[in-house]
Design a protein around this ligand. Sequence first.
Ligand SMILES: *Cc1c(COP(=O)(O)O)cnc(C)c1O
Length: 462
Amino acid sequence: MSEEKKIPYKIYLEENEMPVSWYNVRADMKNKPAPLLNPATLQPLTFEEMRGIFCDELCKQELDDKTPYIEIPEEIRKFYKMYRPSPLVRAYCLEEKLNTPAKIYYKFEGNNTSGSHKLNSAIAQAYYAKKQGLKGVTTETGAGQWGTALSMACAYLGLDCQVYMVKCSYEQKPFRREVMRTYGANVTPSPSDTTNVGRKILEEFPGTTGSLGCAISEAVEAATAQEGYRYVLGSVLTQVLLHQSVIGLEAKAAMDKYGIKPDVIIGCAGGGSNLGGLISPFMGEKLRGEADYQFIAVEPASCPSLTRGKYVYDFCDTGKVCPLAKMYTLGSGFIPAANHAGGLRYHGMSSVLSQLYHDGYMEAVSVEQTSVFKAAEEFARVEGILPAPESAHAIKVAIDEAMKCKETGEEKTILFGLTGTGYFDMVAYERYNNGEMSDYIPTDEELAKGLAGVPKFPGNEI
Ligand SMILES: *Cc1c(COP(=O)(O)O)cnc(C)c1O
């Protein structure tokens, strides 16, 4: 029997093999990600300034770039056991279909009701809010996965959950909205008349269907206006990347069990949380000089923050109420083409991934939408799982890498993150199936317009 035959289709960990700590990759970075800045003073945001918005323990995690391992509280580990470990799947059927010598693995995070990896951080953020004795949390949601994940976590812990959902999604994705309400969340279409900023936007732009930036501004205001509430965010922040390291730790433990070492690790990148989480433990080895891996971030050609953005301090939201973050950005005013289907529409990128990319530890590629859906369809037909359009960006590049191996005869081992399922994205699939989907690549002039909105101060020139 060849060695390969011994590797099962799915590698699961036993409960006692599951991670007990998250891994904080910042601890092993020589060049630390730049700190968040207070936009008024341009000084690093302090714990005291942060704690009015986020709960205390999460502020500490956000600021901690030294502690490599942070224990996962018992209560969170208990919750993780309901839907984790997530399977590490050997894509034997896809390999066969592609007739490639490459060995392909994917870590599947869609096996929970929220349908994505977002639950890994939602439960952590809700737990620390609860532990601090807070009444509830507020957040925004665009495509809806984050709002759903947070609703599930809050229901489990008995915490109030207020979600500002971008109005066009609220109307176009009624089923997502109803999942959130089933878990007890209060869902408000944004912009709304429940906040000052919402009322102002409605007055200025009557009939607007909203944007993520606007929903963030409303959620932040709602958190600071109510006693016992804090704001939570599903991506971009370093604390979120920390919680998502559970993906990479499990993947690495499962691979180590069978002596598998990936050559290439691929993930889709919106705000960077799943990719950062998946690569963290492997990146740690690379940073410490213990092993080498090739890391590839995949982003949509319609929202190319790493491949065409600038590495500068920028606002995290369109409303400019949040602190400044140093990251690869297209400008907080950049709005990706309306025809873009996935949830990878954020203008910026995690400060951790931005620094690693800047220092040459990671590569990035951008892919066009129709090629992503073609890969999604090919994958669904042989591997059975109907992927989220976001996840399909990683599938597309994993297939490309496997096809390169076919040409060269290399037997590379490829690992990619399959972040979720696409059942709520069938309108996009419908457009693809009808041949109505188009690719839109912004021109340099359009990108320059977004970048013109980057704040200007000494040392922050584009
Ligand atoms: C939110 C989401 C993403 C992108 O977010 P990251 O923070 O970049 O991981 C990717 N896939 C799915 C399924 C998502 O819900």
